[in-house]
Design a protein around this ligand. Structure first.
Ligand SMILES: Nc1ncnc2c1ncn2[C@@H]1O[C@H](COP(=O)(O)OP(=O)(O)OP(=O)(O)O)[C@@H](O)[C@H]1O
Ligand SMILES: [Mg+2]
Length: 269
């Protein structure tokens, strides 16, 4: 039976799709059969970041409407065994996802997958509500700035009051904080909130801290989830977060300004 994990944030552009792609790919690399679902109807970004945009024939809405079955719509990743993507539709109809339809598709997927990662759209409108409604766990992507923390706090409230688990009085959705685009230099200068500041406000378990990194842009430009770039800081930080999600205790890295070595200080660079 699959675990359903939503990657959500409230605020737009904080790194949800980047994180969904990285974490989904990482779980599959560890041998778990994983599907990543793009709930961002109309925008369709996940397939680009996963590099499978040219292989999209059918999408999530087609499956809900019975125009295609799951096997026709799921795209099997060519690099990582056990990894599948269910792309979003490009329809303008924001109501294309019905609660019954989404539940039917998730129930069918639950039978054969270990993890289902739901990449939420921004905001707290219908699409974002649909992405989080059936979640067992939530990864709340947050940038170290006040507006993002405020929106994450709002999403935490919604997870505890409007999710299926809340409505049915089941064990609450397990919440994880994923701090994204963390820039230690700007934190040191007082331009951004620190890990401790964000943790104090949101008071949920810290899953990972992903540094602001050029590797993320390079990865998305080449359609490679950044976790496959195991040399990169962001790739390593995502890998640490995945290990924590699987229950390991892993030290945090990339939290402090990198001290320049003597040669670099003398010669620059
Ligand atoms: N750790 C990072 N370092 C540098 N850039 C990043 C990082 N994480 C995300 N980005 C960049 O931030 C932008 C937004 O990322 P992404 O699309 O993953 O966010 P999102 O939360 O899914 O956005 P939306 O709310 O529009 O769905 C992208 O240009 C991405 O490359
Ligand atoms: Mg996105």
């Amino acid at each position: 039976m699959a675990k359903i994990i939503v990657v959500t944030s409230g605020k737009g552009g904080v790194g949800k799709t980047t994180s969904s792609a990285a974490i989904g790919t990482g779980l599959a690399l560890k041998g778990y059969k994983t599907a990543i679902i793009d709930f961002d109807i109309g925008l369709r970004n996940l397939d680009l970041i996963m590099g499978c945009e040219r292989r999209v024939v059918y999408d999530f809405v087609n499956v809900i409407n019975g125009e295609a079955n799951l096997n026709q719509a799921l795209i099997k990743d060519k690099r990582v065994d056990k990894l599948f993507i269910l792309p979003a539709s490009q329809t303008r109809d924001k109501d294309a996802l019905t609660r019954d339809g989404v539940e039917r598709v998730l129930n069918e997927m639950k039978e054969s997958f270990d993890y289902i990662i739901c990449d939420s759209p921004a905001g707290i409108e219908a699409g974002a509500m649909m992405a989080l409604y059936f979640a067992d766990e939530a990864i709340v992507a947050t940038n170290p700035e006040v507006s993002s923390v405020r929106d994450s706090d709002r999403i935490l409230g919604i997870l505890q009051s409007k999710s299926k688990r809340a409505e049915q009085g089941l064990e609450p959705v397990k919440e994880h904080l994923l701090l994204t685009r963390y820039n230690p230099e700007r934190v040191a200068n007082g331009e951004m909130l620190s890990v401790e500041d964000v943790q104090d406000i949101l008071a949920i378990d810290l899953l990972g801290v992903i540094p602001e990194s050029k590797a993320v842009l390079n990865a998305s430009n080449s359609g490679q989830p950044v976790v496959l770039d195991s040399e990169s800081d962001a790739g390593q930080a995502y890998n640490d977060a995945i290990n924590r999600l699987l229950g390991e205790i892993v030290d945090f890295r990339f939290l402090n300004v990198e001290k320049k070595g003597l040669l670099k200080r003398i010669f620059g660079g």
